[in-house]
Design a protein around this ligand. Structure first.
Ligand code: MN
Ligand code: MN
Length: 291
């Protein structure tokens, strides 16, 4: 890996690390304020958000980001997952932490799982080895690993690369190579152990060009491609468009296959979900950029 690329990866990771270290979430906080604050911090520290701040509560496992004027407030005992991405010149750090006003074994389970997993992200180790570590850690604390959410390879401007790391045991024999970059992200639940797409969608990303006469659709697609560089975006990031026009535009663009919808993911048994995530560069001594 080129020294400059390594520097971009590690700088982006350090930015997330510092943001998480300073982040305090307490009952009564509005999640839109949390999202705006952390996204602005990413920019202030010299990176760009790689996707909208995902702030997913309780049985929402992932892909919730506040809408403009979102009234959602953190409540006592909520499992609040803050999943953030930062990139410098396309080199991405992807991290997540779960907050709860109460002590939680489920948060300990995912934290221990991610820490144990990144330690073995070495050349020659296999995806199946890492998944085994993750599921065992989660099971040992009495929870279920979510069976259809995975870690993933990272590449320039690509945050869901071709190789995935399931959180449950498997026989995937992909062998990690020096300088592979991966996000490792265990999810644990006290529910059914699986997530489903909900009908709500607040995060989208550019797929392909599309000719449309609707000016708002043209505006959204143009921003998705040129400003957000095909990385995920949300309504909060688009100024000067009414909620009704935004909905119309994204519905039309999704139907045309021009943008991809990233549906809110909900635990199938309405269990609570905890998540932890780090980004790691595979080496004999793994470089955990977000730790
Ligand atoms: Mn993430
Ligand atoms: Mn990720």
């Amino acid at each position: 890996m080129d020294a400059k690329i390594f520097e971009n990866y590690t700088k982006a990771g350090k930015i997330l690390k510092d943001i998480y270290a300073a982040l305090r979430i307490k009952p009564g906080d509005k999640i839109i304020d949390i999202a705006d604050t952390v996204e602005n911090e990413i920019i202030r520290k010299g990176a760009m958000p790689a996707f909208p701040a995902n702030i997913s509560i309780n049985d929402i496992a992932a892909h919730y980001t506040p809408i403009p004027n979102d009234e959602t407030v953190v409540k006592d005992g909520d499992f609040v997952k803050v999943d953030l991405g930062a990139h410098i010149d396309g080199y991405i750090a992807d991290g997540a932490v779960t907050f709860n006003s109460e002590k939680s074994d489920m948060i300990t389970a995912v934290t221990d799982a991610v820490n144990a997993a990144v330690k073995i992200m070495k050349p020659g180790k296999k995806v199946s080895d890492v998944s085994e570590v993750i599921e065992s850690e989660i099971e040992s604390k009495g929870f279920r690993a979510v069976n259809n959410l995975t870690g993933h390879s990272l590449d320039k401007f690509t945050f869901h690369g071709p190789v995935t790391i399931p959180n449950i045991r498997n026989k995937i024999n992909y062998e990690f190579k020096v300088d592979d970059v991966f996000a490792v992200e265990p999810f644990a639940t006290d529910g059914a152990g699986t997530v489903k797409d909900s009908e709500r969608v607040y995060i989208f990303s550019y797929l392909k060009d599309h000719n449309t006469r609707l000016p708002e659709s043209r505006q959204v697609l143009n921003l998705a491609k040129k400003d957000f560089l095909s990385l995920p975006f949300c309504e909060r990031w688009i100024k000067g468009i009414t909620p009704i026009k935004f909905d119309l535009a994204v519905k039309q663009l999704v139907a045309a296959g021009a943008i991809q919808p990233h549906a809110v993911l909900r635990e199938a048994g309405h269990g609570k979900v905890a998540q932890a995530e780090h980004t790691v560069i595979v080496r004999d001594k793994p470089v955990v950029t977000t730790a």
